[in-house]
Design a binder for this molecule. Structure first.
Ligand code: FAD
Length: 593
């Protein structure tokens, strides 16, 4: 079965839970974007994803990309699907109308990318960096570069890449060696090799715009000496530039996306942003890529859940557990002619399987609340007239984006693996299609900054420098939002307060032992995510209650709500305890010393 977007679920989160329309309409450019327009866009997108993108997912995995004499051929059907994507105006959803975009809120784009990723992760990798490249060029490109490339990127007529990684420089970009040599005409000659470049070469668009991290001759060593250079595959006069794909990787999954080793042979390019300020420019791209990565995780988990849910509703096995328990306890059993006792039951009714399905559903729904809230905050950070509102929104995005990237991609892989379990042996063979989701999802924990790097980014770069003040501000914002929604969920309030206290403990312990934050960063990120998920589920409860029981038919919202509290949230206490013990060990040791 192919992935199917469900706009009604997304609308519930966007409108009933987050009440996002008034927030968006208060921003100048989106004054006209009412509920009806959003619904229309989402309904059309759902149809496009289901009819055009999902059907070529399987062939993308089975045939994969081919490398022949420097050229990369994408799987059958990908070119037509990408063309339809461009013709439908989907790449340009949130780009400015002056560049051929549709000027819609970024949150709609994030939702469409979630669906695209669920339907076909491999194909979605191709336009995955367009939005980030657009923002990067718009904010840091020269007028000349913008005039030449911005519209091409906004409309998807040219695809873009992010060329950072080198064989010896992955997480540590400060080691990048690719050379950038200024030319008398103001251009830059780029020389060096990059690896693992998604979409470095392909047949989807005639031109490819590479954004390359490299080093000018007068650069200082380390990350502060990096510059960003735009290198097109074809130069403005149509000539082929000296940038070549040397090979593509054989990978565990994501076969529909070419992962390329690229060679820059004194290729011609132009600086984006100031010399040596490349990281600042590329971070514009990486932040939006990280949120996209989080929604990729949500889409992939939803794809796995949909498959597992459908299978569990048709597979019959064993007797219902109540009979087995009665038999085990030698309790009076229903008569031998009890028809129910004779029948194998649907595995969807078996508590162990129900638990897997409802738990993963609780991750998808809760994470959507947080991801869409973050996407709305990105819109606010860009367009709000009030500088205080922009600053608040930026604070939220800076802190929550790494949390979402790491937690949603972690859950995509582990949750997809749990969904595979629902199929038993039938999940391990290719026919069911679920093993592809598990293989495809794995890389999301690695690229766009590994999940360990996200945790360090959160704790060491964003929480510690101001002594936890920004994080405290975000948690107070969440508390106030609950109070405004008249949800005085004491349990959630307690957890938000515990997290504030924990943050202070880490700040203090870090002064005693600077290694501690690195040691507890992953656990801390997890605590933050779980506290925020508890908040998200409190909001969903309120919204589902306000909508009356009709919206909770078949326990649509109440079942995952219950699974979240019983099977997910207890991890909060465990992780909190782990971090606290690590802090106590350090501060206790100092006190004792
Ligand atoms: C399919 C695919 C597509 C990709 N697409 C692109 C692309 O388009 N453009 C691009 O530039 N790159 C791309 N990458 C590269 C990707 O971003 C890197 O693989 C990633 O950043 C990790 O770098 P590395 O592989 O060198 O691992 P390393 O940096 O060597 O890391 C190895 C391990 O050590 C951990 N580690 C490293 N440093 C630290 C630290 N300071 N603290 C804690 N833990 C640490 C990491 O988390 C990881 O677990 C892609 C990779 C893949 C597999």
């Amino acid at each position: 079965m192919n992935y199917q977007p469900h706009p009604e679920d997304v609308r519930f989160v966007l409108h009933a839970v987050l009440d996002s329309t008034p927030q968006l309409r208060a921003l100048g450019p989106f004054a006209e974007v009412d509920d009806a327009l959003q619904c229309q866009v989402l309904d059309e997108a759902a149809k496009f994803v289901a009819d055009v993108v999902a059907p070529v997912n399987r062939i993308g995995d089975e045939v994969g990309c081919r490398f022949e004499r420097g050229e990369v051929h994408t799987p059958p059907g990908f070119r037509a699907a990408y063309r339809a994507f461009v013709d439908g105006g989907w790449p340009a959803l949130s780009a400015d109308t002056e560049h051929g975009g549709q000027g819609l809120p970024g949150v709609l784009e994030a939702i469409v990318f979630e669906w695209l990723s669920g339907a076909n992760h491999g194909l979605t990798m191709a336009p995955g960096l367009l939005h980030g490249a657009y923002e990067c060029l718009k904010h840091h490109g020269s007028e000349d570069l913008k005039a030449r490339y911005l519209a091409q990127i906004a409309t998807g007529e040219s695809l873009a890449t992010m060329c950072l990684t080198e064989a010896h420089a992955g997480s540590d970009l400060g080691q990048v060696r690719t050379r950038a040599v200024p030319q008398p005409d103001g251009s830059i000659q780029v020389e060096g090799s990059k690896i693992f470049i998604s979409g470095g070469e392909h047949d989807l668009t005639p031109n490819i715009i590479h954004l390359v991290l490299c080093r000018l001759p007068d650069a200082v060593p380390g990350p502060k000496g990096l510059s960003l250079v735009l290198v097109p595959k074809h130069l403005p006069d149509g000539a082929r530039n000296a940038v070549h794909c040397e090979s593509i990787e054989e990978k565990m999954g994501l076969h529909g996306s070419p992962t390329c080793a690229m060679r820059f042979d004194r290729a011609t390019g132009w600086l984006v942003g100031a010399p040596h300020r490349g990281l600042a420019a590329i971070f514009v791209m990486m932040n939006s890529a990280r949120l996209h990565c989080a929604v990729q995780g949500i889409g992939l988990l939803d794809a796995a859940w949909q498959k597992a849910d459908a299978y569990a509703r048709e597979r019959r096995q064993m007797k219902a557990p109540a009979h087995a328990v009665r038999a085990a306890l030698a309790a009076p059993t229903p008569g031998a002619n009890d028809p129910d006792a004779q029948q194998p039951s649907l595995i969807a009714e078996h508590p162990a399987i129900r638990r897997i399905l409802d738990t993963q559903r609780s991750w998808i729904d809760g994470a959507r609340v947080l991801a869409y809230r973050t996407a709305v905050q990105l819109d606010v950070a860009k367009h709000a007239a009030d500088p205080k509102a922009r600053e608040r929104a930026q604070r939220w995005c800076a802190l929550v984006t790494p949390v979402l990237k790491a937690a949603c991609t972690h859950q995509a892989f582990h949750g997809a693996s749990d969904c595979l379990q629902v199929f038993g042996g039938h999940g391990y063979v290719r026919e069911s299609g679920i093993e592809q989701v598990v293989r495809d999802a794995r890389v999301t924990m690695i690229y766009e900054g590994t999940n360990e790097i996200q945790a360090i980014d959160l704790l060491v770069r964003k929480v510690l420098p101001d002594g936890g003040a920004a994080m405290s501000g975000v948690l107070i914002e969440l508390r106030d939002a609950l109070e405004a929604a008249r949800d005085t969920d004491a349990d959630v309030q307690r957890r938000l307060a515990q997290l504030r206290y924990l943050t202070t403990s880490i700040v203090m312990a870090a002064q005693a032992d600077p290694r501690l934050p690195h040691e507890v960063a992953d656990d801390y990120l997890r605590v933050v995510m779980l506290a925020m998920m508890a908040w998200a589920w409190a909001r969903i409860d309120v919204a589902a209650g306000a909508h009356g029981s009709g919206d909770d038919e078949d326990g649509r919202w109440s079942r995952p709500a219950s699974a979240f509290r019983r099977h997910v949230l207890p991890e909060f206490d465990m992780r909190l305890g782990m971090v606290k013990r690590a802090c106590d060990a350090v501060t206790g040791a100092r006190a004792a010393g």
